[in-house]
Design a protein around this ligand. Sequence first.
Ligand SMILES: NC(=O)c1ccc[n+]([C@@H]2O[C@H](COP(=O)([O-])OP(=O)(O)OC[C@H]3O[C@@H](n4cnc5c(N)ncnc54)[C@H](OP(=O)(O)O)[C@@H]3O)[C@@H](O)[C@H]2O)c1
Length: 255
Amino acid sequence: MRTGLNGRTALVTGASRGIGKAIAAALAAEGANVVISSRKQEALDEVAKEIAAASPGAGVLAKAAHVGHADEAAACVDAAVAEFGGIDILVNNAGTNPYYGPMADIEPAAAAKTVEVNQFAIVQWTQLALKGGLAERGGAVINIASVGGMITEHGIGYYNATKAAVIHLSRQFAMELAPKVRVNCIAPGLVKTHLARALWEPNEAQISEHMPLKRLGEPEDIANAAVFLAGDASSWMTGQTLVVDGGATIRASIA
Ligand SMILES: NC(=O)c1ccc[n+]([C@@H]2O[C@H](COP(=O)([O-])OP(=O)(O)OC[C@H]3O[C@@H](n4cnc5c(N)ncnc54)[C@H](OP(=O)(O)O)[C@@H]3O)[C@@H](O)[C@H]2O)c1
């Protein structure tokens, strides 16, 4: 696959671990400069060292920011522009789920936090990236949704509702920003990360047995899809959601 990513600049939120870290590492391995962000600078500095060692040709900048804090987001984009000249690819990956239980019982504060981080931050970081070179240079935005945004599930219904919003606002941005900026989503199934630990760790063997592809996802499974959507191989795709879920949503039975 010819990605054309060499020399381009990608900003990845939530890149200190899990899916975001794997995406940043995979883009750097294709020769992209990567700006990695999350709330904790120390964790980012460690990841930056790892990526720089694995991909010496890529520039790496680590800059902490809470995705929901506008001033920190703007400072991160400004730092990316100062270091690399502008943004070509934005990966809105940071996500949170502060509440587990029936949607009927969620408290306003938990609901507001879920929307702030999973949903509105995508709008805000896209606005900033557009001003940070993306609008002028053209490029790609990749938003990390979830298969939960397409189905109902016990316990994480409100989180899933924000992921459904991510799918729709990606389609809306894709329409508004074409033809210079392509906007696509990835909808991961269950991936073995910190965020989803309570869902997979106690039952990994049992869940895997019910999956068509007989295993849970690894962050690299999602990173492979992100490399495709970031690069030239997907140049005729926008507004779409790529499901990467080991076949979970095409199971004949959910039993
Ligand atoms: N794992 C799954 O099964 C799964 C399935 C579907 C979709 N997803 C989605 O995939 C994305 C990545 O999740 P993951 O599974 O890789 O989780 P993870 O391993 O827990 O990583 C989450 C990342 O987001 C950062 N983060 C969290 N809150 C943040 C905030 N307010 N501001 C900035 N950064 C923040 C975290 O770093 P700090 O804590 O240091 O800020 C970390 O780098 C999320 O959008 C998630 O909803 C995951």
